[in-house]
Design a protein around this ligand. Structure first.
Ligand code: SF4
Ligand code: SF4
Length: 243
């Protein structure tokens, strides 16, 4: 499955937050109660109503202050660890779309505990609604299946957000990286072979966000593997009880 990908060029981002608002708008997600914490980043973190968040980070380079902007979202991992975590509790809690590679949670995801799913994600993305349903970016699969691009990409005025076939996005990312390398020796793509949302940064990724780059190796850890192994027995026991 080649599928689709995003390329997010952080050097072009002006932190206008158009992508954040477009995401809320398309997903009909309400506002979250928040307060001024002394940063332009608002709300302070991803939440059940915020699938896309422009993170602001102040740093110092050569004695001068710089702001790094990072339009954070689900990376639509090629082998999503969150899917394994949910599958350890319930079948059909996640759809891994064959055509695009999008990772989309269903209502059944509420049967999996959010703490385990969040722990499995190397980028700390999933959040839970009050009814327990786990949510995050869907790649605007409804738009993409109808020939449109994701809402966040549509509104981005600077071409920081890009979307297309995986091949075309990898090509664009490599080209932009090559262009920037001379000026920014630390320029790099973040986990390009593991994710469908490829970020380009020009400094240490952790200066942008603590989970900008994968904090764990992709794949399932021992705890998840054991849960999967014993799930059939648990499911059978539940069926016998109900029967
Ligand atoms: S980034 Fe996290 S939530 Fe998104 S597909 Fe990967 S593991 Fe799942
Ligand atoms: S819409 Fe584009 S420029 Fe504006 S915050 Fe999002 S990624 Fe940055």
């Amino acid at each position: 499955m080649a599928g689709m990908s995003f390329f997010i060029d952080t050097t072009r981002c002006t932190a206008c937050r158009g992508c954040q608002i477009a995401c809320k708008n398309w997903n009909q997600n309400g506002a979250s109660m928040t307060k001024n914490l002394g940063s332009h980043q608002n709300p302070p973190d991803l939440d059940a109503n915020t699938f896309k968040l422009v993170r602001f980070s102040e740093s110092e380079v050569n004695g001068k202050p710089v702001w790094y902007f990072f339009a954070d979202q689900c990376r639509h991992c090629l082998e999503p660890p969150c899917m394994d975590a949910i599958a350890g509790y319930v079948d059909g809690g996640v759809i891994h779309d064959e055509e695009t590679g999008a990772v989309v949670y269903t209502d059944k995801s509420k049967e999996a505990p959010i703490d385990d799913v969040r722990e499995a994600c190397p980028y700390d993305i999933p959040r839970a609604r009050e009814d327990g349903r786990i949510v995050k970016c869907t790649m605007c699969l409804d738009r993409v299946k109808n020939g449109l691009i994701p809402a966040c990409v549509k509104v981005c005025p600077t071409q920081a957000m890009n979307f297309g076939t995986r091949e075309s996005m990898l090509e664009l990312a490599q080209k932009r990286l090559a262009d920037l390398k001379a000026k920014y020796p630390k320029a790099q793509l973040l986990n390009p072979q593991e994710v469908r949302v490829i970020y380009l940064v020009v400094d240490d990724p952790t200066k942008y966000h603590s989970h900008a780059v994968a904090s764990l190796g992709s794949g399932i850890d021992r705890k998840l593997a054991l849960r999967r192994l014993f799930k059939p027995a648990k499911t059978m026991a539940r069926a016998l009880t109900l029967g």
